[in-house]
Design a protein around this ligand. Structure first.
Ligand SMILES: [Zn+2]
Length: 151
């Protein structure tokens, strides 16, 4: 476990990424933190991390998928006060390889692993909607959000 005062970038500290179970797992990817800082600079407001690193036990406890990049410190769930998750996802589009939108819970998942099965997904009422090519762009996500009246 690393010192909790560890500053990882201008606006992020290691403690923000520690596993939610209290096990001390906090080995977050520096590349992910760099990208979160880019997003932070782009929006100009604090980014709140609700889940960063997860140990296997905690990940299964909260219902995370078995191969979740949270397990390897390559993902974070985030939100930003004053910016809705759709706008935040639009900003994140330029920075991250995968973006999951969780409108029922008001956060987005961002990570740095290859876009599989799609770059974007939306989880709504417990169901996953994946945006596969050629409908794999932010506009396609927004059209879906509009049709489902999620915004
Ligand atoms: Zn843990």
């Amino acid at each position: 476990m690393t010192e909790y005062s560890d500053k990882l970038s201008k606006n992020f500290q290691r403690a923000e990424f520690a596993c939610g179970c209290g096990c001390g797992y906090d080995d977050i990817s520096p590349k992910l933190v760099d990208k979160l800082q880019m997003l932070r600079d782009l929006v100009g407001k604090p980014i709140i991390v609700t889940s960063g690193c997860r140990c296997k036990l905690y990940n299964s406890h909260i219902g995370g998928v078995g191969n979740s990049p949270h397990l390897t410190g390559k993902a974070s769930d985030i939100y930003c006060d004053g910016i809705d998750i759709y706008e935040l996802a639009g900003r994140a589009d330029l920075i991250f390889s995968r973006i999951g939108l969780y409108p029922d819970n008001h956060f987005i998942h961002v990570d740095i692993v290859p876009p599989h099965p799609s770059k974007f997904w939306v989880r709504h009422k417990g169901e996953y909607k994946y945006f596969r090519p050629p409908y794999n762009h932010y506009d396609d996500v927004m059209n879906y959000i509009f049709e489902e009246k999620l915004r």
